[in-house]
Design a protein around this ligand. Structure first.
Ligand SMILES: Cc1cc2nc3c(=O)[nH]c(=O)nc-3n(C[C@H](O)[C@H](O)[C@H](O)COP(=O)(O)OP(=O)(O)OC[C@H]3O[C@@H](n4cnc5c(N)ncnc54)[C@H](O)[C@@H]3O)c2cc1C
Length: 482
């Protein structure tokens, strides 16, 4: 993975920049000491690291606007950051950039139960949005497994999903409006406390734009009434192919579970070891959860378990209590942390048509042998969003490069079978150089033309999303035009 050479002229102006930043921010909101900036040197894609030149922690939209205007004047790149849990390297700094972290912007600004929305500063963590409304019987639906830590800012930038998004949709389906600060400091409101707005769907453009178009400082989020109840069932199978066929049959039957999650043997073992979730040890495990009133749950589960029985499960167990349900989910939600205890790993995130699951899983197994690296699979099976976790040894020279090549081949396979490079983690740096595999040059050109409009100097989140051979010349041209 290549990054552009840092601009030494920008780094030479660091002292002046820091002086100017101190004029618009409180003393403790500007971090320029090399040791302290190391805290921001990577996100959850820890294979790639680079401390930023400076990090800033504004508390208000006005402060964000002041920082961006100043960096725009100085020609300094800015990398927006939420909680730094991106698995795609979306928040990776460059040595000549300012990291703009929104972690201090975590207030709930407005709660409206009649119109079912909550307005928050975007540094607020995903789980604490639900935390703010659950005592009144509401919740915020998108539930990334990282929800304890990740911020709404990053969720919007990556259009994040989660286990329960099969029923409720991903971030874009639950986002009503944003306050966005453009690179020149202009503050704009897009969407609002209503379900739709006239004109172009700019909110759709912003959600998933990976910090390329502006810094989102406030968000209006749709909240929902908590369902009366929910119950998961565990299904164990002899092979991933059989589990994949069972998923396809559940979807075909027209029943809509709130989640269908898949784990293969490696993940079952590490999650069981970590979370003691009482998973059956088998080749493939499905967690299928339904919601509703007690009779609704019973009816849906009866149908789903009938379908499962036709696929000769080696285990079939309905949760018998709230504690057991929590334990089942604790295992799944800890999957990435659990595997992190046993190996360095890279988490992929491709999406495929559900019917292709058995074929793609088989090919990933074959590639694992070919590249000589173990792979575990955990994913949102209901919507075909795969997360192969490729294990490698970060201390073994050459292993990371093998892992990158393996990962690239898996993601290309996702595109080949009619899927796409990313389901919920975004492109970042991880999939940047594969964008040309999915998009024709004219498609990429259209996407970059959108960035031209929002970020005229191409200063926001450099070297991400667009392949360097097309983005770097464009950036140089835009800067020269100034
Ligand atoms: C253990 C684990 C489990 C995970 N599970 C899931 C999962 O189930 N589903 C899922 O979708 N993801 C998952 N992720 C990935 C990650 O948590 C999400 O991508 C999350 O949305 C990132 O949020 P963040 O606040 O940490 O963003 P960061 O990592 O800080 O940044 C992510 C991107 O958002 C941009 N950004 C940050 N703040 C702003 C802002 N204010 N304005 C504009 N752009 C901004 C950054 O520049 C970067 O491109 C998981 C990660 C981990 C480590």
């Amino acid at each position: 993975m290549h990054m552009p050479v840092p601009d030494s002229a920008i780094i030479a102006r660091k002292a002046r920049l820091v002086e100017r930043l101190h004029k618009v921010l409180p003393q403790d909101a500007v971090i320029d000491d090399l040791v302290e900036t190391r805290a921001y040197e990577c996100d959850a894609l820890t294979a790639y690291r680079c401390p930023p030149m400076v990090a800033v922690l504004p508390s208000t939209t006005q402060e964000v606007s002041d920082v961006l205007r100043l960096c725009h004047e100085e020609g300094v790149p800015v990398v927006p950051r939420g909680s730094g849990t991106s698995l795609a390297g979306g928040a990776l700094p460059t040595a000549d950039c300012v990291i703009l972290g929104v972690a201090r912007m975590n207030e709930v600004l407005e709660t409206d139960y009649d119109n079912r929305f909550v307005r928050v500063q975007t540094g607020r963590t995903n789980l604490s949005v639900t935390g703010a409304v659950e005592s009144d019987g509401f919740f915020y639906a998108p539930d990334p497994s990282s929800q304890l830590a990740c911020a709404i800012a990053g969720n919007i930038a990556m259009n994040s999903g989660g286990a329960h998004c099969l029923k409720y949709g991903v971030t874009t389906n639950n986002l009503m409006g944003v306050t966005l600060v453009q690179m020149d400091g202009t503050v704009v409101e897009i969407g609002g406390a209503h379900l739709d707005s006239g004109g172009l769907d700019l909110l759709g453009v912003i959600c998933g734009s990976e910090g390329q178009l502006g810094v989102v400082t406030e968000a209006t989020l749709r909240i929902l009434h908590k369902p009366e109840g929910a119950r998961p069932v565990l299904m164990g199978f002899d092979s991933a192919e059989i589990a994949g066929a069972c998923v396809a049959d559940i979807i075909k039957a027209g029943v809509l579970p709130v989640a269908i999650e898949f784990m293969d043997r490696m993940l079952i073992e590490v999650c069981e070891d970590f979370a003691k979730a009482d998973y059956p040890l088998c080749e493939a495990l499905l967690i299928v959860e339904v919601e509703g009133s007690a009779p609704e749950i019973d009816a849906q589960l009866a149908l789903i378990m009938d379908i499962a029985r036709r696929h000769d499960p080696v285990a079939l167990r309905e949760s018998a209590s709230a504690e057991e349900s929590a334990r089942i989910w604790a295992g799944r939600k800890a999957a990435f942390s659990a595997i992190g205890r046993v190996s360095d790993y890279m988490c992929l995130d491709g999406t495929i048509p559900v019917s292709e699951l058995p074929y793609v899983l088989r090919r990933i197994g074959e590639m694992s042998k070919q590249y000589g690296l173990a792979v575990g699979n955990v994913f949102h099976a209901g919507d075909g969003n795969m997360h192969p976790l490729i294990c490698y040894d970060a201390n073994k020279p050459g292993d990371l490069e093998i892992c990158e090549a393996f990962g690239a081949e898996v993601l290309k396979l996702c595109v080949d079978v009619g899927g796409c490079l990313t389901g919920e983690h975004g492109v970042g740096i991880e999939k940047r150089d594969l964008m040309g595999y999915q998009y024709a040059p004219a498609d990429l050109e259209a996407q970059m033309a959108v960035k031209d409009v929002f970020d005229d100097k191409w200063l926001l989140n450099p070297a991400k999303v667009f392949p360097l051979d097309s983005s770097e010349p464009r950036r140089a041209t835009q800067m020269a035009a100034e």
